[in-house]
Design a protein around this ligand. Structure first.
Ligand SMILES: Nc1nc2c(ncn2[C@@H]2O[C@H](COP(=O)(O)OP(=O)(O)OP(=O)(O)O)[C@@H](O)[C@H]2O)c(=O)[nH]1
Length: 360
Protein backbone atom coordinates (compact mmCIF):
# COMPACT_ATOMS: atom_id res chain seq x y z
CA UNK A 1 0.00 0.00 0.00
CA UNK A 2 1.26 3.52 -0.81
CA UNK A 3 0.55 6.13 1.81
CA UNK A 4 -1.19 9.03 0.11
CA UNK A 5 0.09 11.69 2.48
CA UNK A 6 3.20 11.89 4.62
CA UNK A 7 3.03 13.76 7.91
CA UNK A 8 5.39 16.74 8.18
CA UNK A 9 8.30 16.59 10.54
CA UNK A 10 7.56 19.97 12.06
CA UNK A 11 3.84 19.33 11.74
CA UNK A 12 3.45 22.99 10.93
CA UNK A 13 0.97 22.35 8.15
CA UNK A 14 -1.51 20.81 10.57
CA UNK A 15 -1.58 24.09 12.40
CA UNK A 16 -2.16 25.99 9.19
CA UNK A 17 -5.90 25.57 9.20
CA UNK A 18 -7.48 26.77 5.96
CA UNK A 19 -8.90 30.28 5.95
CA UNK A 20 -12.29 29.00 4.92
CA UNK A 21 -13.20 25.36 5.33
CA UNK A 22 -13.78 23.68 1.99
CA UNK A 23 -15.77 20.64 0.98
CA UNK A 24 -13.23 18.24 -0.51
CA UNK A 25 -14.21 15.19 -2.51
CA UNK A 26 -11.55 12.48 -2.09
CA UNK A 27 -11.70 9.77 -4.74
CA UNK A 28 -9.49 6.71 -4.17
CA UNK A 29 -10.27 3.01 -4.42
CA UNK A 30 -7.69 2.21 -1.72
CA UNK A 31 -9.59 2.47 1.55
CA UNK A 32 -6.57 3.01 3.82
CA UNK A 33 -5.07 5.72 1.63
CA UNK A 34 -8.41 7.47 1.31
CA UNK A 35 -9.11 7.35 5.05
CA UNK A 36 -5.62 8.71 5.83
CA UNK A 37 -6.11 11.56 3.39
CA UNK A 38 -9.57 12.30 4.79
CA UNK A 39 -8.13 12.44 8.30
CA UNK A 40 -5.52 15.02 7.26
CA UNK A 41 -8.15 17.16 5.59
CA UNK A 42 -10.49 16.79 8.53
CA UNK A 43 -7.77 17.95 10.90
CA UNK A 44 -7.20 20.97 8.68
CA UNK A 45 -10.84 21.90 9.17
CA UNK A 46 -12.26 20.78 5.83
CA UNK A 47 -15.42 18.79 5.23
CA UNK A 48 -14.59 15.55 3.44
CA UNK A 49 -16.66 13.46 1.04
CA UNK A 50 -15.25 10.04 0.19
CA UNK A 51 -15.76 7.95 -2.94
CA UNK A 52 -14.17 4.60 -3.70
CA UNK A 53 -14.99 4.60 -7.41
CA UNK A 54 -15.79 6.91 -10.32
CA UNK A 55 -19.57 6.46 -10.42
CA UNK A 56 -20.00 7.12 -6.70
CA UNK A 57 -17.71 10.14 -7.04
CA UNK A 58 -19.89 11.44 -9.87
CA UNK A 59 -22.98 11.05 -7.74
CA UNK A 60 -21.43 12.85 -4.77
CA UNK A 61 -20.12 15.62 -7.05
CA UNK A 62 -23.54 16.31 -8.55
CA UNK A 63 -25.29 16.11 -5.19
CA UNK A 64 -22.88 18.19 -3.07
CA UNK A 65 -20.89 20.30 -5.52
CA UNK A 66 -17.63 20.12 -3.55
CA UNK A 67 -15.09 22.97 -3.66
CA UNK A 68 -12.17 20.72 -4.63
CA UNK A 69 -11.69 17.18 -5.92
CA UNK A 70 -8.65 15.08 -5.00
CA UNK A 71 -8.50 12.34 -7.56
CA UNK A 72 -6.56 9.10 -7.67
CA UNK A 73 -5.56 8.10 -11.21
CA UNK A 74 -5.50 4.31 -10.96
CA UNK A 75 -8.90 2.86 -10.13
CA UNK A 76 -10.65 -0.30 -11.26
CA UNK A 77 -13.22 0.36 -13.97
CA UNK A 78 -13.23 4.04 -14.94
CA UNK A 79 -9.94 5.70 -14.02
CA UNK A 80 -9.25 9.21 -12.72
CA UNK A 81 -8.72 10.72 -16.18
CA UNK A 82 -12.11 9.50 -17.33
CA UNK A 83 -13.74 10.85 -14.18
CA UNK A 84 -12.05 14.26 -14.56
CA UNK A 85 -13.53 14.59 -18.06
CA UNK A 86 -17.00 13.68 -16.79
CA UNK A 87 -16.75 16.18 -13.94
CA UNK A 88 -15.75 18.96 -16.36
CA UNK A 89 -18.70 18.05 -18.57
CA UNK A 90 -21.26 18.46 -15.77
CA UNK A 91 -19.78 21.67 -14.36
CA UNK A 92 -21.85 23.73 -16.76
CA UNK A 93 -19.77 26.90 -16.83
CA UNK A 94 -18.53 26.49 -13.25
CA UNK A 95 -15.05 25.50 -12.16
CA UNK A 96 -14.07 23.00 -9.49
CA UNK A 97 -10.34 22.52 -8.97
CA UNK A 98 -9.27 18.93 -9.61
CA UNK A 99 -5.96 17.73 -8.14
CA UNK A 100 -4.62 14.39 -9.27
CA UNK A 101 -2.75 12.25 -6.76
CA UNK A 102 -0.79 9.54 -8.49
CA UNK A 103 2.14 7.23 -7.96
CA UNK A 104 3.16 7.75 -11.60
CA UNK A 105 5.74 10.50 -11.78
CA UNK A 106 6.45 10.59 -15.52
CA UNK A 107 6.11 13.77 -17.59
CA UNK A 108 3.64 11.96 -19.80
CA UNK A 109 1.45 11.07 -16.79
CA UNK A 110 1.43 14.64 -15.60
CA UNK A 111 0.59 15.88 -19.10
CA UNK A 112 -2.26 13.38 -19.39
CA UNK A 113 -3.71 14.49 -16.06
CA UNK A 114 -3.72 18.15 -17.02
CA UNK A 115 -5.15 17.34 -20.46
CA UNK A 116 -7.96 15.35 -18.83
CA UNK A 117 -9.03 18.50 -16.95
CA UNK A 118 -6.83 18.38 -13.85
CA UNK A 119 -5.56 21.64 -12.39
CA UNK A 120 -2.58 20.12 -10.63
CA UNK A 121 -0.84 16.77 -10.44
CA UNK A 122 0.86 15.61 -7.23
CA UNK A 123 3.00 12.50 -6.96
CA UNK A 124 2.25 10.22 -4.03
CA UNK A 125 3.23 10.16 -1.29
CA UNK A 126 2.44 13.85 -0.83
CA UNK A 127 3.61 15.76 2.21
CA UNK A 128 0.76 17.19 4.26
CA UNK A 129 2.17 20.71 4.06
CA UNK A 130 2.37 20.50 0.28
CA UNK A 131 -1.16 19.18 -0.02
CA UNK A 132 -2.65 21.83 2.27
CA UNK A 133 -0.68 24.56 0.53
CA UNK A 134 -1.96 23.38 -2.85
CA UNK A 135 -5.51 23.40 -1.50
CA UNK A 136 -5.02 26.92 -0.20
CA UNK A 137 -3.70 28.02 -3.59
CA UNK A 138 -6.73 26.48 -5.30
CA UNK A 139 -8.99 28.21 -2.81
CA UNK A 140 -7.37 31.53 -3.65
CA UNK A 141 -7.90 30.89 -7.36
CA UNK A 142 -11.54 30.02 -6.71
CA UNK A 143 -12.05 33.22 -4.75
CA UNK A 144 -10.45 35.24 -7.53
CA UNK A 145 -12.62 33.52 -10.10
CA UNK A 146 -15.72 34.17 -7.97
CA UNK A 147 -14.78 37.84 -7.77
CA UNK A 148 -14.34 37.97 -11.54
CA UNK A 149 -17.67 36.25 -12.11
CA UNK A 150 -19.54 38.68 -9.85
CA UNK A 151 -17.65 41.65 -11.32
CA UNK A 152 -18.60 40.65 -14.85
CA UNK A 153 -22.19 40.15 -13.70
CA UNK A 154 -22.18 43.65 -12.17
CA UNK A 155 -20.62 44.97 -15.36
CA UNK A 156 -23.30 43.29 -17.44
CA UNK A 157 -26.03 44.85 -15.29
CA UNK A 158 -24.36 48.26 -15.38
CA UNK A 159 -24.10 48.03 -19.16
CA UNK A 160 -27.77 47.14 -19.44
CA UNK A 161 -28.67 50.14 -17.23
CA UNK A 162 -26.39 52.39 -19.27
CA UNK A 163 -28.00 51.15 -22.45
CA UNK A 164 -31.45 51.89 -20.99
CA UNK A 165 -30.34 55.35 -19.88
CA UNK A 166 -28.71 56.15 -23.20
CA UNK A 167 -31.97 55.29 -24.95
CA UNK A 168 -34.32 57.10 -22.56
CA UNK A 169 -35.52 60.66 -22.97
CA UNK A 170 -34.89 62.43 -19.68
CA UNK A 171 -37.92 64.71 -19.87
CA UNK A 172 -40.66 62.26 -20.82
CA UNK A 173 -39.19 58.87 -19.91
CA UNK A 174 -40.02 57.62 -23.41
CA UNK A 175 -37.48 56.01 -25.71
CA UNK A 176 -35.28 58.75 -27.20
CA UNK A 177 -34.17 59.25 -30.79
CA UNK A 178 -31.24 56.86 -30.47
CA UNK A 179 -33.51 54.14 -29.06
CA UNK A 180 -36.09 54.90 -31.73
CA UNK A 181 -33.51 54.40 -34.49
CA UNK A 182 -32.41 51.06 -33.09
CA UNK A 183 -35.94 49.80 -32.48
CA UNK A 184 -37.22 50.90 -35.87
CA UNK A 185 -34.36 49.09 -37.57
CA UNK A 186 -35.07 45.93 -35.55
CA UNK A 187 -38.82 46.15 -36.19
CA UNK A 188 -38.17 46.55 -39.90
CA UNK A 189 -35.97 43.45 -40.05
CA UNK A 190 -38.49 41.43 -38.05
CA UNK A 191 -41.45 42.55 -40.19
CA UNK A 192 -39.50 41.69 -43.34
CA UNK A 193 -38.65 38.25 -41.98
CA UNK A 194 -42.25 37.55 -40.90
CA UNK A 195 -43.76 39.29 -43.96
CA UNK A 196 -46.03 41.23 -41.57
CA UNK A 197 -47.15 44.88 -41.79
CA UNK A 198 -45.23 47.47 -39.83
CA UNK A 199 -46.71 50.89 -39.00
CA UNK A 200 -44.86 54.04 -38.10
CA UNK A 201 -46.53 57.16 -36.67
CA UNK A 202 -44.88 60.57 -36.47
CA UNK A 203 -46.93 62.89 -34.22
CA UNK A 204 -46.50 66.58 -33.58
CA UNK A 205 -48.24 68.81 -31.06
CA UNK A 206 -50.24 71.49 -32.82
CA UNK A 207 -49.11 75.08 -32.29
CA UNK A 208 -46.71 74.17 -29.56
CA UNK A 209 -44.59 77.24 -30.08
CA UNK A 210 -47.63 79.34 -29.30
CA UNK A 211 -48.32 77.14 -26.27
CA UNK A 212 -44.82 77.74 -24.95
CA UNK A 213 -45.03 81.43 -25.69
CA UNK A 214 -48.32 81.66 -23.85
CA UNK A 215 -47.71 79.56 -20.73
CA UNK A 216 -43.91 79.33 -20.59
CA UNK A 217 -41.39 76.52 -21.08
CA UNK A 218 -41.89 74.90 -17.69
CA UNK A 219 -45.56 74.35 -18.44
CA UNK A 220 -44.51 73.36 -21.95
CA UNK A 221 -42.31 70.63 -20.50
CA UNK A 222 -45.15 69.40 -18.29
CA UNK A 223 -47.36 69.28 -21.36
CA UNK A 224 -44.80 67.17 -23.24
CA UNK A 225 -44.84 64.72 -20.32
CA UNK A 226 -48.63 64.50 -20.46
CA UNK A 227 -48.59 63.82 -24.20
CA UNK A 228 -45.92 61.17 -23.64
CA UNK A 229 -48.20 59.44 -21.13
CA UNK A 230 -51.05 59.45 -23.63
CA UNK A 231 -48.82 57.95 -26.31
CA UNK A 232 -47.57 55.34 -23.90
CA UNK A 233 -51.13 54.46 -22.94
CA UNK A 234 -52.02 54.01 -26.60
CA UNK A 235 -49.26 51.42 -26.99
CA UNK A 236 -51.08 48.34 -25.81
CA UNK A 237 -48.95 45.53 -27.20
CA UNK A 238 -45.61 44.54 -25.67
CA UNK A 239 -43.67 45.28 -28.87
CA UNK A 240 -45.33 48.68 -29.51
CA UNK A 241 -42.90 51.49 -28.84
CA UNK A 242 -43.57 55.16 -28.08
CA UNK A 243 -40.57 57.45 -28.58
CA UNK A 244 -39.75 61.12 -28.37
CA UNK A 245 -38.45 61.80 -31.84
CA UNK A 246 -37.24 65.28 -30.94
CA UNK A 247 -38.66 68.54 -29.56
CA UNK A 248 -42.45 68.26 -29.65
CA UNK A 249 -42.40 65.39 -32.15
CA UNK A 250 -43.16 61.85 -31.09
CA UNK A 251 -43.10 58.52 -32.88
CA UNK A 252 -44.87 55.21 -32.49
CA UNK A 253 -43.43 51.99 -33.87
CA UNK A 254 -46.24 49.46 -34.20
CA UNK A 255 -45.22 45.99 -35.37
CA UNK A 256 -47.82 43.73 -36.95
CA UNK A 257 -50.24 46.64 -37.45
CA UNK A 258 -52.04 46.97 -40.81
CA UNK A 259 -53.33 50.23 -42.31
CA UNK A 260 -56.85 49.83 -40.89
CA UNK A 261 -55.48 49.06 -37.41
CA UNK A 262 -53.24 52.10 -37.64
CA UNK A 263 -56.20 54.37 -38.37
CA UNK A 264 -58.13 52.87 -35.44
CA UNK A 265 -55.17 53.46 -33.16
CA UNK A 266 -54.88 57.04 -34.39
CA UNK A 267 -58.47 57.67 -33.40
CA UNK A 268 -57.90 56.02 -30.03
CA UNK A 269 -54.94 58.31 -29.53
CA UNK A 270 -56.96 61.41 -30.35
CA UNK A 271 -59.67 60.17 -28.02
CA UNK A 272 -57.25 59.58 -25.15
CA UNK A 273 -55.83 63.06 -25.61
CA UNK A 274 -59.33 64.47 -25.79
CA UNK A 275 -60.16 62.77 -22.48
CA UNK A 276 -57.24 64.53 -20.82
CA UNK A 277 -58.67 67.86 -21.99
CA UNK A 278 -55.37 69.70 -21.71
CA UNK A 279 -56.15 73.36 -22.32
CA UNK A 280 -54.28 75.05 -25.16
CA UNK A 281 -54.75 78.78 -24.68
CA UNK A 282 -53.18 79.74 -27.99
CA UNK A 283 -54.36 77.21 -30.57
CA UNK A 284 -56.37 78.19 -33.59
CA UNK A 285 -57.53 74.57 -33.92
CA UNK A 286 -59.17 73.84 -30.60
CA UNK A 287 -59.35 75.10 -27.01
CA UNK A 288 -57.53 71.91 -26.07
CA UNK A 289 -54.21 70.43 -26.96
CA UNK A 290 -54.29 68.47 -30.21
CA UNK A 291 -51.93 66.30 -32.19
CA UNK A 292 -51.29 65.90 -35.89
CA UNK A 293 -49.81 62.69 -37.17
CA UNK A 294 -48.41 61.06 -40.26
CA UNK A 295 -48.83 57.33 -40.67
CA UNK A 296 -47.06 54.91 -42.94
CA UNK A 297 -47.69 51.17 -43.11
CA UNK A 298 -45.90 48.56 -45.19
CA UNK A 299 -44.88 44.96 -45.36
CA UNK A 300 -41.17 45.66 -45.77
CA UNK A 301 -39.27 44.13 -48.67
CA UNK A 302 -35.61 44.31 -49.61
CA UNK A 303 -35.91 47.95 -50.63
CA UNK A 304 -37.58 49.21 -47.43
CA UNK A 305 -35.39 51.17 -45.07
CA UNK A 306 -35.97 52.96 -41.79
CA UNK A 307 -35.21 56.23 -43.57
CA UNK A 308 -37.85 55.62 -46.24
CA UNK A 309 -40.44 54.87 -43.55
CA UNK A 310 -39.59 58.07 -41.66
CA UNK A 311 -39.74 60.08 -44.90
CA UNK A 312 -43.20 58.75 -45.72
CA UNK A 313 -44.52 59.32 -42.19
CA UNK A 314 -43.05 62.84 -42.25
CA UNK A 315 -44.67 63.56 -45.60
CA UNK A 316 -48.00 62.31 -44.24
CA UNK A 317 -47.55 64.49 -41.14
CA UNK A 318 -47.04 67.49 -43.39
CA UNK A 319 -50.33 66.72 -45.16
CA UNK A 320 -52.12 66.39 -41.77
CA UNK A 321 -50.78 69.82 -40.80
CA UNK A 322 -51.70 71.48 -44.09
CA UNK A 323 -55.19 69.95 -43.99
CA UNK A 324 -55.93 71.80 -40.78
CA UNK A 325 -54.11 69.85 -38.01
CA UNK A 326 -55.74 67.73 -35.28
CA UNK A 327 -55.81 64.67 -37.53
CA UNK A 328 -53.72 61.72 -38.67
CA UNK A 329 -53.01 61.20 -42.35
CA UNK A 330 -52.16 57.82 -43.83
CA UNK A 331 -49.51 57.94 -46.54
CA UNK A 332 -50.66 54.71 -48.16
CA UNK A 333 -54.43 55.30 -47.90
CA UNK A 334 -54.15 59.01 -48.70
CA UNK A 335 -56.96 59.77 -46.23
CA UNK A 336 -56.96 61.32 -42.81
CA UNK A 337 -58.73 60.18 -39.66
CA UNK A 338 -61.54 62.68 -40.15
CA UNK A 339 -62.37 61.52 -43.69
CA UNK A 340 -61.92 57.82 -43.06
CA UNK A 341 -64.45 57.75 -40.22
CA UNK A 342 -66.99 59.05 -42.75
CA UNK A 343 -68.59 61.30 -40.19
CA UNK A 344 -68.06 64.60 -41.94
CA UNK A 345 -65.07 66.80 -42.41
CA UNK A 346 -64.83 68.07 -38.82
CA UNK A 347 -65.66 64.83 -37.02
CA UNK A 348 -63.20 64.06 -34.26
CA UNK A 349 -62.27 67.69 -33.75
CA UNK A 350 -62.79 68.53 -30.09
CA UNK A 351 -65.47 71.17 -29.94
CA UNK A 352 -68.02 72.21 -27.41
CA UNK A 353 -70.90 69.74 -27.60
CA UNK A 354 -71.40 66.00 -27.40
CA UNK A 355 -67.91 65.01 -28.69
CA UNK A 356 -66.04 67.58 -26.72
CA UNK A 357 -64.19 66.90 -23.50
CA UNK A 358 -65.52 68.53 -20.38
CA UNK A 359 -64.43 72.10 -20.04
CA UNK A 360 -61.45 72.10 -17.67
N1 LIG B 1 -41.17 73.35 -23.43
C1 LIG B 1 -40.53 72.74 -24.39
N2 LIG B 1 -40.66 73.15 -25.66
C2 LIG B 1 -40.01 72.54 -26.64
C3 LIG B 1 -39.19 71.44 -26.37
N3 LIG B 1 -38.67 70.99 -27.55
C4 LIG B 1 -39.18 71.79 -28.53
N4 LIG B 1 -39.98 72.71 -27.99
C5 LIG B 1 -40.70 73.79 -28.65
O1 LIG B 1 -41.67 73.30 -29.55
C6 LIG B 1 -41.95 74.37 -30.48
C7 LIG B 1 -42.13 73.78 -31.83
O2 LIG B 1 -42.53 74.82 -32.68
P1 LIG B 1 -42.84 74.66 -34.20
O3 LIG B 1 -41.85 73.69 -34.80
O4 LIG B 1 -42.91 76.01 -34.81
O5 LIG B 1 -44.21 73.92 -34.29
P2 LIG B 1 -45.63 74.35 -33.71
O6 LIG B 1 -45.61 75.65 -33.03
O7 LIG B 1 -46.10 73.18 -32.89
O8 LIG B 1 -46.49 74.46 -35.00
P3 LIG B 1 -47.18 73.30 -35.84
O9 LIG B 1 -46.33 72.08 -35.64
O10 LIG B 1 -47.13 73.78 -37.24
O11 LIG B 1 -48.53 73.14 -35.32
C8 LIG B 1 -40.79 75.36 -30.39
O12 LIG B 1 -41.24 76.54 -29.76
C9 LIG B 1 -39.79 74.67 -29.48
O13 LIG B 1 -39.07 75.56 -28.65
C10 LIG B 1 -39.03 71.02 -25.01
O14 LIG B 1 -38.31 70.08 -24.67
N5 LIG B 1 -39.71 71.70 -24.06
Amino acid sequence: MTLTVLPDQANSADADVAHRPMTVLVVDDQDAARVALAAVLDRAGHRVLEAHNASWAMELFIRHRPDVVLLDVEMPGYNGYWLARQLRAVENGGWTPILFLSVHAGDQDLWQGIEAGGDDYLVKPVRTAVLLAKLRAMQRLMEMRQRLVSMSEELREANAQLMDLSETDALTGLVNRRGFNRRLHQALLQARRDARPLTLFLCDIDHFKAYNDEVGHVEGDACLRQVAQVLQAACQRPLDCAARYGGEEFALILPDTPKSGAMTLARTLAHLLQQRALPHPASSVSPWLTLSGGITTCVPDGTSTAESLVLRADEALYVAKTRGRNRFFSFEMQVDTLESRGAGPRAGVPRPGADAPPQP
